[in-house]
Design a protein around this ligand. Structure first.
Ligand SMILES: NC(=O)C1=CN([C@@H]2O[C@H](COP(=O)(O)OP(=O)(O)OC[C@H]3O[C@@H](n4cnc5c(N)ncnc54)[C@H](O)[C@@H]3O)[C@@H](O)[C@H]2O)C=CC1
Ligand SMILES: [Mg+2]
Ligand SMILES: [Mg+2]
Ligand SMILES: [Mg+2]
Ligand SMILES: [Zn+2]
Length: 459
């Protein structure tokens, strides 16, 4: 091959890449039809045409390239796929196109089916309708409505069925749903706790047909959750479905639900856990009664101080926890730690409960210092996650270290280490478990690490 031929080829490649970057669909199509081998080639920047289209938000070009069979998993010199680039630059429609899991993309892009910054346990599937909680007549009528849906909890674990036995993937577990007739005896028992969750969200009116509009005149189904101390084996016999169970390990098993069902479980489990642990009045120790569809407990002792004014003892509690990915001052390493109870080689973000009278930033600095000896400067909020074990709100932050020596608090942390970016990429995207393992994608710890990797300055 002569040098003249080589440069003509290079020139064609640069023209092709430039057309993709500019969103020139007809030029991209023509060049590809004449020279199909251009499809996955990279130019001097190390980027493919798909990456360039993803960078600049050219959906139609990305679609055409996929149609021509381009490799959407190829990575640039910073190990980013076109999906990561589209996500970083906020081109959600392209990220959606590239993140579709039907072709096994979930294997390589673990967070692909989550909306940006939407964490597991945080999807609001039901409309909580808090205004209805004080409407006793409405609540009672809905409890016996034939359309009403009940979730059944035993020892704070929801009844679920395994869809695909032996598999441990998300979506392989489904909630068992019950009707009034199937649980009405349980509702009568004094030890049963029944809480109102909300009503199913309706589709947007513009997208529904006229027959759907007629249907929507009647209210969508209302959801309740029940926690009972009845024998678990007898409860399982109530279900018509096969492979039903009450998962024993919520931290592990509740991560197998769909996004929609996980959101409902986060709400139900946290409120039910509050009832199971706060049976008596924290102020006087007297008996209490449940009110407002399960969102309040009031003391039965008319003399009790908790009945004067508004008191946080009467309402379900949420415990704020900061969880932080601490970045090395060089910008290329992050601090992860492991507790003794973690599976082999698993390292995660440091985390800790926010204390009374403390800001989130101070809690990040204090917990990082306590657990690792590292001093933290700037702190930035990223996203949060309800964590219903029993009722934490995980507040995810990025933080920049101003010191780097590690001295772990051995009571809480077994080991903490600075991990170079490349090692994190290998574990996160290439599934390389030889150095360390990142927690599953349903955890905010995983999403914070992903967030940092995708914030690459090379983009
Ligand atoms: N979703 C995720 O990615 C992650 C979630 N977590 C959750 O965050 C929570 C807190 O993290 P840790 O490092 O354990 O916190 P931590 O570093 O503050 O230490 C926990 C200790 O704090 C004390 N404590 C103070 N307030 C407490 C409260 N309201 N409830 C319970 N204990 C309290 C207890 O002595 C407890 O042993 C854990 O419960 C864990 O489940 C932790 C890491 C990752
Ligand atoms: Mg901690
Ligand atoms: Mg701590
Ligand atoms: Mg603490
Ligand atoms: Zn009281």
């Amino acid at each position: 091959m002569t040098s003249l031929q080589l440069s003509a080829k290079e020139e064609m490649l640069e023209t092709f890449l430039d057309a993709a970057a500019r969103g020139d669909l007809s030029q991209v199509s023509t060049l590809l039809s004449n020279t199909p081998s251009l499809i996955n080639q990279t130019g001097h920047s190390g980027w493919t045409a798909l990456m360039l289209a993803a960078r600049n938000g050219h959906h139609h070009v990305a679609e055409k390239l996929l149609l021509f069979g381009c490799d959407k998993f190829s990575v640039n010199s910073s190990s980013q796929t076109a999906y990561d680039i589209a996500t970083f630059w906020g081109h959600r429609h392209i990220a959606g196109l590239l993140g579709r899991a039907a072709d096994g993309c979930g294997r390589i892009l673990p967070g692909a089916d989550l909306h940006p910054h939407e964490n597991y346990f945080s999807r609001e599937t039901l409309d909580r309708q808090s205004g209805r909680r004080t409407d006793k007549v409405w609540l009672e009528a809905k409890q016996s409505d034939s359309e009403t849906v009940y979730l059944l909890f035993s020892n704070l674990s929801p009844m679920v069925r395994t869809v695909c036995s032996g598999n441990t993937e998300q979506g392989d577990m489904k909630l068992c749903l019950f009707r009034f007739e199937e649980v009405k005896d349980l509702l009568q028992k004094p030890s049963t706790v029944t809480i109102f969750l909300g009503i199913e969200k309706t589709k947007s009116p513009s997208s529904s047909s006229s027959s759907e509009k007629a249907e929507s005149l009647s209210e969508p189904p209302v959801w309740f959750a029940i926690n009972t101390d009845e024998d678990a084996a007898a409860l399982l016999e109530r279900c018509r479905e096969k492979n039903c169970s009450f998962p024993r390990s919520p931290n592990r098993d509740l991560l197998k639900l769909s996004e929609e069902e996980a959101g409902v479980v986060a709400q139900a489990r946290s409120v039910l856990a509050w009832h199971s642990r706060y049976s008596f009045c924290p102020t006087c120790g007297g008996a209490t009664k449940m009110e407002e569809g399960g969102y309040k407990r009031s003391c039965l002792n008319s003399e009790c101080r908790s009945l004067q004014g508004v008191h946080n003892t009467c309402y379900p509690r949420v415990d704020p926890v900061v969880i932080m990915l601490v970045i090395h001052p060089d910008g290329n390493q992050c601090l992860l730690g492991r507790k003794k109870v973690f599976p082999v080689r698993m390292f995660s973000c440091l985390a800790g409960f926010v204390e009374p009278g403390e800001t989130l930033e101070e809690a990040v600095r204090r917990e990082t210092e306590e657990e690792s000896g590292v001093t933290v400067g700037p702190v930035q909020y990223v996203s949060c996650q309800p964590w219903p074990m029993p009722s934490n709100l995980m507040i995810g932050c990025l933080a920049v270290a101003v010191s780097t020596d590690i001295k772990v608090d051995e009571k809480e942390i077994e080991e903490a280490r600075w991990f170079p970016r490349q090692q994190v990429i290998d574990s996160l995207f290439r599934g390389d478990r030889s150095v360390f393992v990142i927690p599953p994608r349903q955890t905010i710890a995983h999403q914070l690490v992903r967030h940092w990797i995708c914030m690459n300055s090379n983009l």
